[in-house]
Design a protein around this ligand. Structure first.
Ligand SMILES: *Cc1c(COP(=O)(O)O)cnc(C)c1O
Ligand SMILES: [Zn+2]
Length: 426
């Protein structure tokens, strides 16, 4: 059964039914799903979760999805999403200078290779239940891919609104599913404002507007998986990329719920990483300010380019109350972060992953993260979608004739390997 009771305003506490709504009617703050955790704790035990299929629906009682649809996976959104690897990363650990390191690898989340498949799975399950035939979203790219693909699988029509300067791969990986892509001559914050206005006019389920309270819940499954994969314990610290700040906030919420259920205990310092060219949240954390000052984004990390983050305040608060910190990375450091992750662990992350690796290095260097503890890096998207970011990193590829003598000549003249990336990142 579902243990979701309703929606509640995060600021004033006003409650609302489980229905499409963008925010609180009185104070406009974000809404959160409230659960009956006591009843849930009596009905469900980690041992039962362990016997379930390896996807995010193993935590279905902690998501706002239909009770009768919930076994073994919700219908019709019954896709295998989540339960991505938590990969030990000893070689990257040596490079960063930390004892115990893991990569939570959502670069290989299905079906569209980013963590956004998790949030969209919950949002579209709710969209179907609420009777929407058309779904939409504003997106910096990965959300566009996830909504387009999953809407296609559900037979829903989709409208995707993005800034016009998106990466080619993210444009094609939206259009291929038959979604209607509307590119706007403006930045994400302008696109998002437009979607807010559309939500007032049209009977559409807009994933990050009137479905936002449900959408955001999907991110909690990253936290549940990390804890379960570590044997129901928390890492001493975690680094998460931030755009609107929802993923980081919900990882904090997911850990809180596991503590309340008594399934895991202890503390985890939740740290955030942003691009230096779009750092409203990390700037507020570093300045000790409670106010998020919007910025005009200028970074190669387009998936994180949200200058006016909807959950920025809550992300900063989560960082503060868990004893975490925040850092930001220049474009050069982002590329170096992508390369060192690929070269040490064989994981090709998108620009957001470069932000996370570079941010972690700075947090370790400054002592904000304990090098003798355990650390998880949340890698949220796939490098094949942001090839342009690394396209200028390599010399012209040599083409040899198909002759052994030429290959031997090549081997003997070969230049030493590329310079160590540590120098760029240090
Ligand atoms: C959307 C996104 C994020 C951040 O998500 P928020 O919840 O908006 O902070 C991180 N990484 C990638 C790859 C994304 O697409
Ligand atoms: Zn309110």
């Amino acid at each position: 059964m579902s243990f979701a009771l309703g929606l509640r305003c995060r600021d004033c506490g006003e409650t609302y039914p489980l229905a499409p709504q963008a925010g609180c009617e009185t104070c406009f703050a974000p809404l959160e799903v409230v659960y009956d955790l006591e009843a849930l704790g009596r009905a469900l035990h980690p041992a039962r979760i362990a016997s379930r299929p390896a996807d995010m629906w193993r935590y279905r009682e902690l998501l706002p999805i239909e009770p009768e649809a919930a076994s073994p996976r919700p219908r019709p959104t019954g896709l295998k999403i989540g339960w991505t690897p938590l990969q030990p990363a000893p070689r990257l650990a040596r490079s960063l200078g930390v004892r115990e390191l893991y990569i939570k690898n959502d670069a290989v989340n299905f079906p569209t290779l980013s963590f956004k498949d998790r949030v969209v799975a919950v949002a579209l399950d709710c969209a179907v239940r609420f009777g929407f035939n058309v779904v939409a979203c504003s997106s910096t790219g990965n959300l566009a891919n996830a909504v387009a693909a999953q809407a296609a699988a559900l037979g829903l029509e989709s409208f995707i609104f993005t800034p016009a300067d998106l990466e080619t791969a993210k444009i094609l990986a939206t259009r291929i599913y038959g979604a209607r892509l509307i590119q706007i001559d403006g930045n994400y914050d302008q696109v998002n404002r437009l979607c807010g206005e559309i939500a007032q006019k049209l009977p559409w389920g807009i994933v990050n507007v009137n479905l936002r309270p449900f959408y955001a819940e999907g991110s909690k499954t990253v936290a549940y998986e990390i804890a379960e994969q570590l044997g129901w314990r928390f890492p001493d610290a975690l680094v998460c990329p931030m755009a609107g700040g929802s993923l980081l906030t919900k990882i904090g919420r997911g850990f809180d719920e596991l503590r309340a259920l008594g399934w895991a205990s202890g503390d985890s310092r939740i740290c955030g990483a942003q691009a230096a060219g779009c750092s409203p949240i990390s700037t507020a954390v570093k300045n000790g300010s409670r106010e998020i000052v919007p910025q005009k984004p200028r970074t190669i990390a387009r998936s994180l380019a949200i200058g006016d983050p909807a959950d920025g305040f809550y992300a900063a608060e989560t960082i503060r109350r868990t004893g975490g910190w925040a850092e930001d990375a220049t474009d050069e450091e982002i590329v170096a972060g992508i390369r060192v992750l690929a070269e040490t662990e064989g994981i090709f992350a998108e620009t957001a992953g470069g932000v996370t690796v570079a941010g972690a290095r700075k947090l370790l260097a400054s002592g904000r993260i304990d090098p003798n503890g355990s650390l998880v890096l949340v890698i949220s998207g796939n490098g094949l979608k942001t090839l342009d970011a690394v396209a200028d990193q390599f010399d012209q590829q040599v083409v040899l004739p198909p002759r052994l003598a030429d290959f031997e000549a090549y081997l003997s003249s070969r230049q030493p390997a590329a310079p160590a990336l540590e120098t760029v990142l240090a």
